[in-house]
Ligand binder design. Sequence first.
Ligand code: NAD
Length: 474
Amino acid sequence: MGNGGTLMDANQELVANLVKKVLDELTHSSAGNHQANSGDGLFDTINEAVEAASVAQKKLIQLSLERRKEIISALRKAVLENNEQLSALAVSDTKLGRVEDKIRENILCATKTPGVEDIQPFAVTGDCGLMLLEYAPVGVIGALTPITNPTGTLINNSIGMIAAGNAVVFNSHPNARVVSAKMVQVLHKAIIDAGGPAGLVCLVRVPTLDTAKELIEHPKVNMLVATGGKPVVNVVLRSGKKAIGAGAGNPPVLVDETANIRRAAQCIIDGASVNNNIFCICEKEAVVVQEVYETLIKFMQETGKAYLLTPEEADRVTKLVMTAEGKINGAYIGKDVQIILRDVGIEVNDEYRLAIFRAPKDHPLVWKEQMMPVFPLVCVKDFKEAVEFAVKVEQGNRHTAIMHSTNVEHMTEFARAIQTTIFVKNAPCYAGIGLGGEGHTSFTIAGPTGEGLTSARSFTRQRRCTLVESFRII
Ligand code: NAD
């Protein structure tokens, strides 16, 4: 392990001090020492939070769009200024992911989440006059956020929802309470400092499933946004309110015989190991045609970042990371590969990011969303079988799929068959959310309800204004 142990100890001490400091601050703030009259966005009850958000939203829509843009700029700036602390806290609070990847996640959300420009109106003129379509705020949004991306989702949702003229009350994952509270305090302060109203971004101090239920049922909450697994998406869809559901995935990466294999090997390692595989978009299993299967594995090993498990080691790791009931063992979600391997007696150096293994088609880790850097590669006869199998393992989530190929017909065929919201070609998964790829970012990818990569416009209601007869300049 070289000096990895010492470095890790020093980092752990740094992070422990940081967590203690933030917890002290939070306790202090709950004792009533808020910014003068403005609070800090944290509330003891859902009702208090929703009431504050409702007042704030009414004030926001009185402000000019220019002022709203200034608020959005202030949010972006505050995230970038506090990024390192927030990222370290995200890892220490949730025990998931990697600090350097959280830093990248937060930069991405701060810089590539669309703002007010996303709600440009649409106009039609003709013989009958003018029709103007505007994207109006929905009011107060209740947002349930995942443990996997506590900072990214809060940043991304806050910017999009406020840009659209809304206020938001978050109910974060209970095990991301500390970092979510800090995140809301940072965002809330940025809004106040930019001259915006208090209460635009709110969070209940101790989020639980009960507070989630209260938020969902609160009469002043006009829209719900759930980012998480299938159960929470189903809960908001049953609420009777307008709801956006961003659910789970199990993204396959398909590699055919025409791919640039060395490049594919590097891209798969980068994508499947980012944040220790906790992003919902991460490659979760590879489906590789027989002709290039062994070459891909060899090239992955040659990077020095992928440790190839023997069949016997793969069995031991599988037994470790899955429970007797066939569920993923939560204790290993989002952990570094060194920790997982150490617990089955394998020591690898700190350069490694991923453990890979040759997996039969029915291996449980091919079918489960493992969210850890243990990565199965399945060998298939040819492209036709690859498409059929990849579609099956995606399981109709319609979330994300990745492909490495230089055959355009193959690309089209796979994209048409798998029907995912995000389809990435010849790049790591995260190019599909704008990291090293074109287009805006989103950390609420709404496959089930169809908004796709949500942005300000997703958090609006459409209103039409019609003027008959005149008003044309041609
Ligand atoms: P989770 O579903 O356990 O929790 C998400 C949020 O929903 C949390 O705030 C949680 O407290 C709340 N929640 C869970 N069950 C609930 C219920 N019955 N009633 C009310 N609230 C409930 O998910 P997680 O473990 O925090 O995050 C990981 C999951 O989220 C993975 O499946 C991942 O694929 C998915 N995810 C999807 C996206 C996307 O954009 N599609 C983004 C991030 C994560």
